[in-house]
Design a protein around this ligand. Sequence first.
Ligand code: NAI
Ligand SMILES: O=CCc1c[nH]c2ccccc12
Length: 292
Amino acid sequence: MSTVPTIKLNHGGVEIPIIGYGLGTAHFKRAGDETLDPAITTATQTALSVGFTHLDGAEAYGNEPELGLALSSSPQYPRSSLFITTKLYKSISSPSEALSTSLKKLGVDYIDLYLIHAPFWDENEKGITIEQAWRELEGLYDKGLVKAIGVSNFGIEELERIRKVARVLPAVNQVEYHPYLQNPELKEYHKNHGIVTAAYGPLIPITKGAPGPLDSVIEELSKKYNKSATQILLRWAIDDGNVVITTSSKEWRMKEALAITEFKLDEEDVEKIRTVGKEKRHRIFWNKEFKE
Ligand SMILES: NC(=O)C1=CN([C@@H]2O[C@H](COP(=O)(O)OP(=O)(O)OC[C@H]3O[C@@H](n4cnc5c(N)ncnc54)[C@H](O)[C@@H]3O)[C@@H](O)[C@H]2O)C=CC1
Ligand SMILES: O=CCc1c[nH]c2ccccc12
């Protein structure tokens, strides 16, 4: 089994594996559902067994206990060999308590990357501003309870609010990112401030965003590289300079995803996908219809 390459974050030598296994879309549970779902634990154990080292969870997914069970039942993958992300949102009013709860549910004593899940809360209702929430995350980082801190679904405006007060800049912004949602201005901002873009929804052009102008390009590149459409899109996300987060319950799909570490797209093909991708815009998450 090959090891997953990593990228250095802007926080004290922390390295993030370039592909992560998501607990959010295939596996989330209804809010308030306290029953353990063994299928989620099994899928996560499988993800670990095929070689995923980076797990992407969140308070909102309701499945930190299942993720914790997968970790405690897999002692062959020591904590230090894993990169665990979780996110807070509902409990944004009290980040310190939210982190304690997540640590307990996950059964770990630190988180590798702690993210604010989205910037869309009502600051009056929650009694906390983006700036105050960020300062609280900095406090958790100072204590060593989280090795790196970042955000998710933030735009330039919200990142600027953080930058103006930050001692520690976000290490990562996890956003929906694929050829049909490239947001070059945000990417440029990330580059200028050393923020890694973690791309979720990388397969949208062949799932919810299909059909589209990229269909024939992906087919042509699948033949050229002898790789599946899934692999072409996941590899594109990496070769475009991002970390990529994907998911599946199926072992063969997990292996298919991890096998992208074994090839690379030529720069002209990365550019071709970028160019043709810009002909369509398709956003799935956190738009007006999206219900968390
Ligand atoms: N921070 C945030 O707000 C969000 C974070 N995420 C994170 O990202 C993770 C992955 O998100 P997704 O959008 O689900 O990832 P994705 O775009 O990689 O899609 C994964 C889905 O595509 C399916 N798939 C793979 N190849 C396919 C093919 N050739 N044809 C048809 N279907 C195919 C898989 O079986 C799986 O159901 C989540 O689990 C979560 O951890 C996801 C959404 C929002
Ligand atoms: O992170 C992905 C989007 C999201 C936000 N809140 C929830 C709750 C359950 C599943 C997905 C999500």
